[in-house]
Write a protein that binds this ligand. Structure first.
Ligand SMILES: NC(=O)c1ccc[n+]([C@@H]2O[C@H](COP(=O)([O-])OP(=O)(O)OC[C@H]3O[C@@H](n4cnc5c(N)ncnc54)[C@H](OP(=O)(O)O)[C@@H]3O)[C@@H](O)[C@H]2O)c1
Length: 221
């Protein structure tokens, strides 16, 4: 049985991903900020994780390391959008955004790297909003959520640098589409299940490392 660790499975894309991997016969470690989710499965283990808390990240990493299970796929899915209506970077919101979307996921990833199997895959949930070349060219990106964009551009650079460093683990960034979740809102055109299907396909495939994907195609950085 293969093992996947998915952060942020309480709702949205993370929940759909956890359910997809369970259906496909994986053992799922999933995280939630309050330590619980509204679904159960014999092959699901939920771990508390608050990405703004160093203590919580350390405890989550040590639970994984002490479980004795090796991770085949890590999906850094948990994330937050805290400056949706802003056009100006507000330092406190930037700090929180970077903690949740960048520093927390990097800290967790680095702590559990030794538990990731050779041939494994690390998938970082990014966004076209973090693409330096696409930003400004699509209407829904105009001006808004600069801290979120900065965080996802930095996530993409983590994908690149980690991919260059790791010789036996694939590292990818993925854009899930505009997804109907708390974050994406009700006007979005992709369901969490559709997004999870595409991310699952990428996660179990053997793609070129250090790339940025959307539905099987490379995106520009
Ligand atoms: N929806 C879109 O259109 C879209 C587009 C591009 C990229 N993305 C990316 O896709 C990922 C999932 O987004 P989503 O749309 O599914 O969002 P969502 O429905 O708001 O869910 C976010 C998940 O992240 C967790 N999370 C939030 N803050 C956290 C924190 N401080 N510590 C630990 N976990 C935290 C939440 O857990 P709790 O419920 O426990 O707080 C929840 O499980 C994110 O990385 C997002 O940036 C989404």
């Amino acid at each position: 049985m293969k093992n996947v660790l998915i952060t942020g499975i309480s709702k949205g894309i993370g929940k759909a991903l956890a359910q997809k991997f369970l259906k496909e016969g994986f053992f799922v470690f999933g995280t939630a900020t309050n330590g619980g989710v509204d679904f159960t499965d014999n092959n699901l283990s939920v771990i508390q994780l608050e990405l703004t808390s160093k203590e919580s990240i350390d405890a989550c990493a040590s639970t994984i390391l002490q479980s004795g299970k090796k991770i085949d796929i890590l999906i850094n899915n948990a994330g937050g959008l805290f400056d949706e209506d802003d056009t100006v970077v507000v330092a406190d919101k930037l700090r929180k955004t970077l903690e949740v979307n960048l520093i927390g996921p990097i800290d967790l990833t680095e702590q559990i790297l030794s538990a990731i199997n050779s041939g494994g895959h690390i998938v970082n949930l990014s966004s076209t909003a973090g693409s330096l070349s696409l930003v400004g060219h699509e209407s829904h990106f105009e001006g808004h959520y600069p801290a979120y964009k900065i965080s996802k551009a930095a996530v993409n650079m983590y994908t690149r640098t980690l991919a260059l460093r790791l010789k036996d683990i694939i590292v990818s960034s993925v854009h899930p589409g505009w997804v109907k979740t708390n974050m994406g809102g009700s006007d979005a055109d992709v369901t969490p299940e559709e997004a999870a299907e595409n991310i699952f396909k990428l996660a179990i495939s053997n793609p070129e490392t250090g790339q940025f994907w959307f539905n099987g195609k490379k995106l520009p950085w």
